[in-house]
Write a protein that binds this ligand. Structure first.
Ligand SMILES: NC(=O)c1ccc[n+]([C@@H]2O[C@H](COP(=O)([O-])OP(=O)(O)OC[C@H]3O[C@@H](n4cnc5c(N)ncnc54)[C@H](OP(=O)(O)O)[C@@H]3O)[C@@H](O)[C@H]2O)c1
Length: 248
């Protein structure tokens, strides 16, 4: 089995996922770019002079997940880092009293159920690593503490489906971390808040997002890159951003 660090990033054909792929690849990790549209994933790496693998991976599609697991099993036989980055908001600025069941389900299907399906499917490969990491891209929008803090940058946010799906993935992070710790398995599980970042997230134009105070993509991935490259850091069940600990 290879000694290389094998890293899979979901939802990586654009935005922060693609930036994570580029940066970890430059740091000599063998990165696998997950993209629900294979052509978009291949296009994203076409002008990169690096040996990045591209795999079709729709995190809401069981068959797609299984095929991605088979690809990694056949090619590498292990996975060292799983970065659960795929995510979207389906109920931006909707009032809690008016939000539809459909948008709530869309938020949870992608950000919660999809993330868990991918994580469970790749756990056998993560168990083949001598020190594995699961990094869940969460959001301060999922913090109950910040939602109640009038001074917080997310206090005015209203996307209860998206926010609750991130709170729920935070709880999954904690519970999976505790289970793996109890089993003495060398797999850490942590959640990251990227901050407000200028991507196409929420269907906005990144330039418009910048004008509204969103940070550059490089800033948004900084904490993830730090954690994904720090193999001495065995902390688990944490929620952090570039400023330190984020309140749950
Ligand atoms: N931008 C922010 O301000 C911000 C703040 C806090 C947290 N986050 C989180 O950061 C992560 C990355 O966001 P981003 O800003 O980079 O957003 P983005 O530019 O909109 O990228 C989202 C990525 O997720 C993919 N995706 C959507 N549905 C998918 C599915 N079913 N299966 C696999 N991939 C899927 C998209 O693929 P397609 O191109 O095919 O749609 C795209 O590659 C998300 O989890 C988001 O919740 C973002």
């Amino acid at each position: 089995m290879t000694n290389e660090i094998i890293t899979l990033v979901t939802g990586a054909n654009r935005g922060m996922g693609l930036e994570i792929v580029k940066e970890l690849s430059k740091k000599d990790q063998q990165v696998i770019l997950g993209s629900r549209d294979l052509a978009k994933g291949k296009a994203a790496v076409s002008n990169l002079n690096q040996s990045i693998d591209v795999v079709q991976l729709d995190v809401t599609d069981e068959k797609s997940i299984q095929e991605a697991v088979e690809f990694v099993t056949d090619k590498y036989g292990k996975l060292d880092i799983l970065i659960n980055n795929a995510g979207a908001v389906f109920d931006n600025r909707k009032l809690p009293s008016e939000i539809t069941q459909d948008s709530l389900r869309d938020d949870f299907n992608l950000n919660f159920f999809g993330l868990i399906a991918v994580t469970q499917a790749f756990l056998p490969l993560l168990k083949q690593s001598s020190q594995a990491k699961i990094i869940n891209i969460s959001s301060m929008m999922g913090s109950m503490t910040e939602a109640l803090n009038p001074k917080s940058e997310v206090y005015q946010a209203s996307a209860v489906g998206y926010q609750a799906s991130k709170s729920a993935l935070n709880m999954y992070t904690v519970q999976l971390a505790k289970e793996l710790l109890k089993e003495n398995l060398p797999i850490t599980v942590n959640a990251i808040d990227p901050g407000m970042v200028a991507t196409e997230f929420g269907g906005v134009n990144p330039e418009m997002a910048k004008k509204m105070g969103a940070k550059p993509i490089e800033h948004g991935v900084a904490r993830t890159i730090e954690l994904a490259t720090d193999f001495d850091n065995k902390s688990t069940a944490t929620f952090t951003n570039t400023n330190g600990i984020v309140a749950w």
